[in-house]
Ligand binder design. Structure first.
Ligand code: G3H
Ligand code: ZN
Length: 280
């Protein structure tokens, strides 16, 4: 029977050996199957994640977990799979811990740092009692508000949150969710380097991974990024398939979307260097 892993060893190995494991958002059955198939074909450990909005759309966190596990069985998935709550608030993180997700992101970046830290500690305690991995966010990932990116994460916060027990740390380093705007200044490698040196061995997470030029991806991985989140590029691939096949029968369009999402994920997997890592 299918089971989930928390991925802690996988991400630590990624940081140590300078590659990254992609984290891909799912929005429905088609994407879930596409991502599982892409991981199986490339022999890659898969982190599949769901946002609070997508989970609501899909029928709730339990529906998502059941879907992933059922499809793992149906498709004979034999690579490690991590199911992560993406950008969870305090309540959704607790719900996913109780449901048996294998990883949760508690995103308290909108809270004052003290409160973010206190709530992160509570989530860490609840999650670790059940062997579940925790990701936290410091600084602010940009939201397409301009070319500057969000607020840079501080080195002090990085040390504090890692000392609080978080297993993966998402840092604002000039990265932005969605499509990168004209004139984007790029990732702040000086800050990434400082953070990476302050928390050796800790897997660092790059949100807003879609559309970042490959030379910057490679440099970020070299410096300590071990998890790269991708959603927008999957949406773009799906939309391209819909436009290209729009005059075909509905199921042919669905099939084309599934194929496009799978191919985009496989393309990213190769760029991040995690293909074949499931068998190591
Ligand atoms: O948490 C999800 C991501 O950070 C995805 O970012 O939509 O820019 O690829 P993206
Ligand atoms: Zn994100």
């Amino acid at each position: 029977m299918a089971y989930l892993v928390n991925g802690n060893d996988i991400f630590k190995a990624a940081r140590e050996n300078h590659y990254a494991v992609g984290a891909y958002n799912t929005n429905n059955l088609e994407w879930t199957r596409a991502l599982l198939r892409g991981a199986k074909e490339t022999r890659t450990p898969l982190l599949i994640q769901v946002s609070t909005g997508a989970a609501k759309y899909m029928g709730g966190y339990k529906t998502v977990k059941d879907l992933v596990l059922n499809e793992m069985d149906n498709m004979d998935i034999d690579v490690p799979v991590i199911l992560n709550l993406d950008h969870g608030d305090y309540e959704s993180a607790k719900e996913c811990i109780a449901l048996g997700y294998s990883s949760v992101m508690f995103d308290g970046h909108n809270l004052p740092t003290d409160e973010n830290l206190a709530k992160t500690k509570e989530i860490v305690k609840l999650a670790h009692e059940r062997g579940i991995s925790v990701e936290a966010e410091i600084g602010k990932i940009g939201e397409n508000q301009g070319a500057d990116g969000g607020e840079l994460a501080s080195v002090e916060d990085a040390k504090t949150f890692v000392a609080a027990g978080v297993d993966k740390l998402a840092c604002g380093i000039g990265n932005i969710h969605g499509v990168y705007p004209e004139g984007w200044k790029g990732l702040n490698f000086d800050r990434l380097k400082e953070i990476a040196e302050a928390v050796p061995g800790e897997p660092l997470v790059l949100h807003g991974g879609s559309g970042i030029p490959q030379d910057q991806i490679e440099k970020a991985i070299k410096l300590g990024i071990a998890k790269i989140n991708i959603h927008t590029e999957l949406c773009q691939a799906a939309m391209e398939a819909i436009n290209e096949h729009k005059d075909e029968p509905f199921l042919a369009v669905e099939r084309a979307v599934r194929q496009a999402v799978k191919e985009r994920a496989m393309y990213k997997i190769k760029l991040f260097g995690d293909d074949g890592r499931a068998d190591e």
